[in-house]
Design a protein around this ligand. Structure first.
Ligand code: NAD
Ligand code: UDP
Length: 310
């Protein structure tokens, strides 16, 4: 049994991770300031004697005794990370410094939830880990993209200078049950709009692409990476290489929900990446990991969840 800290544990990915780690027989400390996360996501875990919730902000230091840290605290939806961009940058940078300091003191291994956003609006397609990215450092997405890039830098500097055991995971768009209905990201937006029979809002012409990974596949990969040999610091891409346009995604969701919603077009936000698809050869070779749940199946499960909560 390990004592494991999950920052951002009351969020979408964090709550699934806490659940899996408890099932595997660990003690789980879930740390969250509940900015985009919710106690509803972890209510079913609260009675478990091996689960503890700590309301805390990662921008402030904390002293705990733990064996592993999964650092997920950070709003992930553009709507939420742009709401207070300075706070978002602090969460990524001070959060990384505080959690790396904790890892250094306790000797804990630490995994960073990094992102495909480090590739920005990529000029290389699909994106391997070796691609250094194309990020606008002064745009509206920079608070998140550059914050996550700086966090990666800090992880590698703590690794080189202080021998902290690090794992850097670059997560591509992931979706599934427990996304907040007001999250603002595309999969939850389209499903909620379809189920409410509202217009489906495509930003831009809908030809931009994304690759969508179902949450269970991603959590499996995250745990495999954390427990991989210590030489594998990463970065490691994780996501589902199936690539779809936002137009295709809207049509699929309309068909699967049987909704009469019509598609409307809204302006494309600035710096919105035109294309995105992970190269996952490293995860396949080093971790024997690849996603198993195709988009249609994952969407069915996510639609069933939203039908229940709406
Ligand atoms: P989410 O918004 O549901 O979860 C983030 C959690 O972090 C929330 O519970 C929020 O309350 C908490 N949080 C935010 N700021 C905090 C702070 N200062 N102190 C403590 N807690 C704080 O988003 P998610 O999709 O679950 O993403 C989790 C992590 O994975 C994030 O770091 C995100 O950048 C990364 N990621 C997610 C995706 C994805 O597609 N889901 C893709 C790439 C990277
Ligand atoms: N998007 C959209 N309608 C929405 C929400 C998002 O067309 O209601 C588009 C958005 O412009 C982007 C893509 O869907 O091109 C994915 O957006 P999301 O915010 O989910 O993730 P990210 O852009 O961070 O990959």
């Amino acid at each position: 049994m390990k004592r494991i800290l999950v920052t951002g544990g009351a969020g979408f990915l964090g709550s699934h991770l806490c659940e899996r780690l408890l099932k595997e027989g660990n003690d789980v400390l879930c740390l969250d300031n509940l900015f985009t996360g919710s106690k509803d996501n972890i209510r079913h875990l609260m009675e478990n004697p091996h689960f503890e919730f700590i309301r805390h902000d990662v921008t402030e230091p904390i002293s705990l005794e733990i064996d592993q840290i999964y650092n997920l605290a950070c709003p992930a939806s553009p709507v939420h990370y742009q709401y207070d961009p300075i706070k978002t940058a602090k969460t990524s940078v001070y959060g990384a410094i505080n959690m790396l300091g904790l890892a250094k003191r306790t000797g804990a291994r630490i995994l960073q939830a990094s992102t495909s956003e480090v590739y920005g609006d990529p000029e290389v397609h699909p994106q391997p880990e070796s691609y250094r990215g194309c990020v606008n450092p002064i745009g509206i997405r920079a608070c998140y993209d550059e914050g996550k890039r700086m966090a990666e830098t800090l992880f590698f500097d703590y690794h080189r200078k202080h021998q902290v055991e690090i794992k850097v995971m670059r997560i591509f768009n992931t979706y599934g049950p427990r996304m907040n209905q007001n999250d603002g990201r595309v999969v939850s937006n389209f499903i909620v709009q379809a189920l409410r029979k509202e217009d489906i809002t495509i930003y831009g012409d809908g030809k931009q692409t994304r690759s969508f990974c179902y949450v269970d596949d991603l959590i499996e990969g995250m745990i495999k990476l954390m427990n991989s040999p210590k030489e594998l610091a990463g970065p490691v891409n994780m996501g589902n290489p199936g690539e779809f346009t936002m137009g295709e995604l809207a049509e699929k969701i309309i068909a699967l929900t049987g909704s009469g919603s019509k598609i409307v077009y809204a302006p494309l936000p600035s710096d919105d990446p035109k294309q995105r698809k992970p190269v996952i050869d490293l995860a396949k070779e080093q971790l024997n990991w690849e996603p198993e749940i195709p988009l249609e199946e994952g969407l069915k499960r996510t639609i069933a969840y939203f039908r229940e909560i709406l």
